[in-house]
Design a binder for this molecule. Structure first.
Ligand code: PAF
Length: 280
């Protein structure tokens, strides 16, 4: 497996399958790489902790950086190359200019209308779109794999590519299912912030989603999720059932919907989601 630090070395990998990450890789990322490796195209994993998608009071400086272990995981999962760009390869005009550009990024509706991550983390999706667009420009993938765990992010990137016209050719975004621990906790780089005794508390998010699955109506699902999260000691940012495409409130019971949660413990904010059964 090649390690690439210089964007100039990416030319022979154009047409690759891209797996963008911020590092701190776990088995969820490994499953993205394995999925990307299906077919005959080389898989390129990118590792870049993108400052423009973090708010001023968020965890950019303490975000786990585990490059040596990441390289081993990426290689074992089948990556042909790992691109670890220095900041100036992504933001050649410097970070201040990048932050200004991110704040003005023309966002697709699913990044502004749902009032989910967009409301809880203002500015976040500007930074995500900016860095993902830059990685697509540099790597020119034919496919890119993203996990369903960050479901609104996945929808934002799908819409960005849809609205991008020819910019990235026939680029296809592939949805990859959330990978869970045996007890149901969704794998996340931020799970490293959980202390041993908080580990069981964190399961409240999965339990809340299971409660939602057993409900007969979206409104009941939302009540059950909120109660379960509060019983586990979470501060709830949102616990909602939404249309799975627009992520706006559900209007009828015909379209596929998704339960989505963001909830906070003192040391970590967890997000998770699940496809809901069709209610009739
Ligand atoms: O999901 C992530 O790890 C990041 O938001 C992404 C897509 C790599 C952009 O920095």
């Amino acid at each position: 497996m090649r390690r690439i630090d210089d964007a100039g070395e990416l030319a022979d990998l154009h047409g690759c399958v891209l797996v963008p990450t911020m590092g701190a890789l776990h088995q969820g990322h490994a499953s993205l790489v394995r999925r990307a490796a299906v077919g005959d195209r080389p898989v390129v994993v990118t590792i870049f902790v993108n400052p423009t998608q973090f708010g001023p009071r968020e965890d950019f400086s303490k975000y786990p950086r585990t490059l040596e272990a990441d390289l081993r995981i990426a290689e074992a999962a089948g990556a042909a190359a790992v691109f670890v760009p220095p900041s100036d390869a992504i933001y050649p005009r410097g970070l201040d200019a990048a932050r200004t550009e991110a704040a003005a990024w023309p966002l697709p509706p699913v990044a502004t209308e749902p009032r989910l991550e967009d409301a809880a983390r203002p500015g976040h999706f500007g930074g995500v779109c900016q860095v993902v667009a830059r990685l697509f420009d540099l790597c020119r993938p034919c496919r890119a794999c993203f996990g369903e765990k960050d479901f609104q992010q996945l929808r934002v990137i799908e819409q960005m590519v849809q609205h991008g016209g020819d910019r990235w050719g026939d680029l296809r975004i592939e949805r990859c299912p959330t990978v869970r621990e045996r007890d149901g906790l969704a794998m996340s780089s931020r799970n490293r912030y959980l202390t041993e005794d908080r580990r069981d508390t964190a399961l409240g998010v999965y339990r809340a989603l299971q409660m939602a699955m057993s409900a007969q109506r979206p409104s009941t699902a939302e009540t059950l999720m909120r109660e379960t999260l509060q019983d586990h000691g979470f501060e709830v940012d949102y616990a909602v059932v939404r249309d799975a495409a627009s992520l706006r409130p559900v209007t009828g019971l015909e379209a596929p919907c998704r339960a989505l949660i963001a909830a906070r413990l003192p040391e970590v904010r967890l997000i998770d989601n699940m496809a809901m059964p069709i209610w009739r």
